[in-house]
Design a protein around this ligand. Structure first.
Ligand code: ZN
Length: 73
């Protein structure tokens, strides 16, 4: 049996950590720590995708806000 250098367990831990960070930042936002200033047509305003609003500071409609979001983490 050949094992991958990146075991699926490691990958699962990475994904789990990423999702936990996404949930954490969304909870912080709900508590008023952050405010999303993106336009209404930004991808991060879509239900479901908003979870990753803070951990994926890319492709936002507003470049200045994308940069600011990246600096928040
Ligand atoms: Zn956005």
């Amino acid at each position: 049996m050949v094992r991958h250098p990146l075991s699926s367990r490691f990958l699962q831990a990475m994904i789990l950590g990423y999702v936990l960070l996404a949930i954490f930042t969304r909870v912080q936002e709900a508590r008023g720590a952050y405010t999303c200033g993106c336009d209404e047509d930004c991808w991060c305003k879509r239900p479901g995708l908003s979870l990753f609003r803070w951990v994926l500071p890319r492709w936002h409609m507003n470049q200045a806000i994308a940069a600011w979001k990246a600096s928040q983490l």
